[in-house]
Design a protein. Sequence first.
Length: 106
Amino acid sequence: MRIVLSTIPPQAAQTLASRLIDERVAACVNILPGVRSVYRWNGAVDCADEVLLVMKTSDEQCAQLIAFLESEHPYDVPEIVTLDVLSCNAAYAAWVSAETSPVQSD
């Protein structure tokens, strides 16, 4: 299992999170409000109010999730940080795996 972090403008968070779930590249997306980012961009120090997306995905879908973010994120250079999950309860890991697996048609 993997955790992927990305900051995003608040007004874009719900739509992007829903699309990640619809595309089955994330099993769950937490939207954490109240992030104030300070950074250097184009040679100047800037700041922005953002939210943090905490996305849970399977190892198998991680590359697809990253590709989706690179394509659909509103920033020119989005923050995409991937963390390996060293330990997780088995039932939750199984749920993440199931929710990020392609739907089988009969």
